[in-house]
Design a protein around this ligand. Sequence first.
Ligand code: R2B
Ligand code: URA
Length: 303
Amino acid sequence: YDNCSSKGCVKTAPDGTLLLRNPHLSSLQTDVLYHLGFDSSQDLPGMFGDVKFVCMGGTKQRMRDFAEHMRQVLGTGPGQLVNLTKKSHRYAMYKVGPVLAVSHGIGIPSMSILLQEVLKLLHYARAPRPLVVRIGTSGGLGLPPGAVVVSSWGANASGERVYELPILGVVRKFPSQFDTRVSQELVSMAREEDPFPTTLGGTMAADDFYRGQARQDGPFCDHSEQDKMAYLQQLRHQGVRNIEMEATAFAALTREAGVRAADVCVTFLDRLHGDQVSGIVVEKREREREILQRGITCMTIRN
Ligand code: R2B
Ligand code: URA
């Protein structure tokens, strides 16, 4: 494997701010965070130096709703939420007190671009000890719809716990283990009276929503129901509890940066019982929000 030791790759600075190991960055006069619409000549410490939590999710609207929710929870006062990335039009980013809510789009390429620019933003802003959480959606394996999965690791479609990226034409593999302490802490915030189960488990990150997740309802399919079920059962036996499209890269990049991170996903359906996602149920979004909000509130107090 590339880079990381089992303890992660980069030590943070003594004050907890993020060190990036790219020596080329220091030779840039101004670093342009192109997809976020910021650059390092701006007062990033003034704007983002107090960020403690970065919460990322797929859609712009969901992250706006989440920011609005955090505004009420944290009581940060009235005022319009401003999409801070609107100059770039690619993603949406809102800041509510110590919480940065950012959308990342679908799949690893979109998410990893956003995440790398957020990591640089946190570095230039000198935000101490930030926690990055992906609040995502997924298909469950043997779990009731609405269940929440906190990922212990990400695996690719072959079951390998790595993020694969071709660099200079050579496919490199980066370990995709999540920070055990953070994941366990989030799981411990689940309550018995919650009307949904919360579980720690492996997450498979697919590069496709349809055939790549063994679905049979895409425009193409040449695998049988039996093949599909055998594959999904095999994943489950390997410890996979949900399927989404970002976990491997998210785990590997945050790990390489030495940033604490967790992937917390609601499941919309049990893939052992079907393929179709029948409407994004608002109630499930509420659940996903509720558990994360609880986690963030507890951690904000503790940090
Ligand atoms: C979950 O949902 C999206 C696909 O619908 C993708 O971003 C993911 O990981
Ligand atoms: N997102 C996915 O990637 N897969 C699902 O089944 C549901 C949401």
